[in-house]
Ligand binder design. Structure first.
Ligand code: 0X9
Ligand code: ZN
Length: 317
């Protein structure tokens, strides 16, 4: 299986530690915070002579994923991207230049409790973190906060686009920035004020930019996003449709609205492919949609996963 949990021997977090240990001059791990269950949220920082790098010395880029536990293709995207940079350093001129001049942060799993939970029986489609909302010591449908609704910017605005109900998939939490996983991201953003943030989600094959909280509020940056992401006829990722976030549906307290409006970060969310769409772009693909159960389950198939990575790569670098 390509997809695997974050915690535990041979799993994702150990791989992050190994990448850093194997490439000490350009990569180091930084634990940016802890989850509800106390798991370290581990980032890999990649830059030339990273051991002596000062904050603010180089422009910062953040690649993050798995805010939503079930969206397995997204940590896999960031994991491959990390290897791509590290492996290309010293051999590929473009990647070498980026690593020499940029402060790159890879955070493949910002929601480790939720992500690990989706590998347990009966929890494959868990979305939120695992805050014990009702305090009964068990994880049930009463629990969890949607980390992509918990940020302070426009938190709960108009009581639309996020839910005050703890059973809801978009429960925004008891207070703005209430969750330790949100706080870890907020602290990182406040410290580094990133120039560029890619917040990977799945699974609608879209490139979402700009405000999620209100459709009619266009930001001055929108033409920049449009140039970057392309249009429906010629999107930056094949098969994905670029659109203003709020056109999909209203959201508030989400990450991109927070970083874009508070720090002026160029922020966007690729909604990567789903089970139902992974093979759809290539008419010669032999994969059958009914091989995977739900729309969120990207096929655990190396060739399809690698193709999805390759499609998304040009927009990421
Ligand atoms: O609803 C979400 O959090 C994201 N979609 S998902 O199906 N993965 O849950 C989209 C959020 C997009 N928000 C902004 N780009 N502002
Ligand atoms: Zn998501």
């Amino acid at each position: 299986n390509v997809f695997r949990p974050y915690s535990g021997p041979g799993n994702l977090r150990e791989e992050l530690l190994k990448v850093a240990a194997d490439n000490p001059s350009i990569a180091k791990t930084v634990d940016i915070g802890k989850s509800h269950q106390g798991k370290p949220i581990t980032a890999v920082r990649v830059s030339k002579d990273v051991g002596n790098l000062r904050d603010g010395q180089r422009p910062v880029v953040v690649y993050q994923a798995a805010q939503h536990a079930r969206e397995w293709i997204t940590p896999e995207m960031v994991r491959r991207l990390l290897h791509h940079y590290v492996d290309g350093y010293g051999t590929d001129a473009e990647l070498t230049k980026i690593v020499d001049t940029t402060d790159l942060w890879f955070v493949p799993v910002v929601n480790p409790d939720g992500y690990d939970l989706t590998f347990e029986d009966g929890f494959r489609l868990w979305r939120k973190n695992v805050r014990d909302n009702d305090g009964d010591g068990r994880i049930t449908g009463q629990d969890g906060v949607d980390l992509n609704r918990n940020f302070p910017y426009k938190w709960g605005y108009d009581n639309e686009g996020s839910s005050p109900l703890r059973t809801n998939a978009t429960y925004r939490g008891p207070a703005p920035g209430s969750e330790p996983e949100t706080q870890a991201q907020m602290k990182l953003f406040e410290r580094l004020r990133p120039k560029f943030l890619v917040n990977y989600h799945s699974a609608a094959e879209l490139l979402l930019y700009g405000n999620g909280w209100q459709t009619l509020t266009r930001s001055p940056d929108d033409p920049i996003y449009e140039a970057l992401l392309g249009d429906a006829e010629d999107p930056a990722v094949p098969g994905y449709v670029p659109q203003l976030s709020a056109q999909l549906y209203t959201t508030n307290g989400d990450t991109n609205d927070h970083t874009d409006n508070v720090y002026g970060t160029l922020s966007y969310t690729p909604e990567m492919a789903t089970c139902a769409t992974a093979a759809g772009y290539d008419p010669d693909d032999e994969w059958e949609p009914n091989e995977c159960g739900s729309g969120f389950e990207f096929p655990d198939d190396e060739a399809l996963i690698e193709r999805e990575f390759r499609y998304n790569l040009p927009l990421a670098i």
